[in-house]
Design a protein around this ligand. Sequence first.
Ligand code: PLP
Length: 455
Amino acid sequence: MNRLSNSLVAADVAAVLHPYTNARAHEQKGPLIIDRGEGVHVYDEAGKEYIEGLAGLWSVAVGFNEPRLVEAAVRQMQKLPFYHTFAHKSHEPSIRLAEKLVEMTPEGLDRVFFTSSGSEANDTVVKLVWFMNNALGRPQKKKFLARTKGYHGVTVASASLTGLPNNHRDFDLPAIPVRHLTCPHHYRFAHDGESESEFCARLIAETEQVILEEGPETIAAFIGEPLMAAGGVMPPPAGYWPGIEALCRKYDILLVADEVICGFGRLGSSFGAVHYGFTPDIMVLSKQISSSYMPLAAVVFTDEIYQAVADNTNKIGTFGHGFTASGHPVATAVALENLAIIEERHLVENARQMGDLLQVGLAPLADHPLVGEVRGAGLIAGLELVSDKATKKPFDPVGKIGALAAEAGQEEGLIFRAIGDTLALCPPLIVTEEHVHQIVQRMEATLNKTARALT
Ligand code: PLP
């Protein structure tokens, strides 16, 4: 059967504009329709099995058919399917989850604001920080520092913080005052012969120079993913985060850890900030918070920020910010059950152990003729494909071989994400040794198939 004559495929092509997709190519190709999930696997309409090597969108910690999450959703749906948290209303799941997040996150993060997506959460961070600085009588302290290739979402403020050209181009962004600093990725951004520690020192010096150039009194916050994920899986050089944290303290700049991917065990530690040894003033959480079974995100922040914001709400009469679904009862009930499972099944520890195995298993693929660098931490990894290993020269055009590899991966039964020509892996936290071996084997087969397609 011609794929495009399949009625679901045809209906998709006729009606849906897909995120992060070339719409014209999609009209020709149609979608891969995923029909069901089980553990670390998903199955397409024809019944073909794939290892979901990206946990959906870096997010399904507990696997694709966890009955306890379904039961938690049903219980809450039956009791109170929706209620809001505006105007002094509340409900138990959102209260319990806020309490749980305060308990789980590092000391000092004591207050929680809920949204439905990471993008909304980062827009909330921008507004919260602006609102606070106006309340504190320093209206000029509004700029954000972010990084080239950082990913913080797609709404107007969060996409402005994102440091990727396709999120700005033709969207008239950035639309908020932001300076993007050098991406902390040694392989691509170090000068010739620069060691990792020299590279790190240069990035810290650059950050300080930008702060002084702009004036510390104009800089509100520094935002970063502890390990940059959606921009291409780039762990920071050793010492980077303590260096950034010291600058934030020196110049009274808030430090925001965007933990949307790193949070809840992805790196084999509770949070990315814990993994890299720094203490943020604000943490942004999403994805693995509910294993994405329900849309949910949270901004967790210090009591100091809360007090300034609360005083201002008292002055104005309200906090003029909030979403219909802020703290949605079904989403927060599912998140509570999901976090209980992560604890009971020791999935952070599993991520550490299986992560070590994944990194060790993938490391030899650095010798593959197509691979320039293999990198990662815990259960997240990236393989960057290059046309010349010695000079690190990318393929031309960037993205073509990545797309080819993603197709080859699907044929081999492995779904991963091609970010340009970096192949990103981020499997569910429940992976076993056997799954990790299969992921490595299928990735090697994918590289070989891609290499053959080039000749
Ligand atoms: N922040 C980070 C670090 C992310 O990786 C993402 C999404 O991948 C976002 C924010 C945006 O989240 P959402 O897609 O839920 O808006």
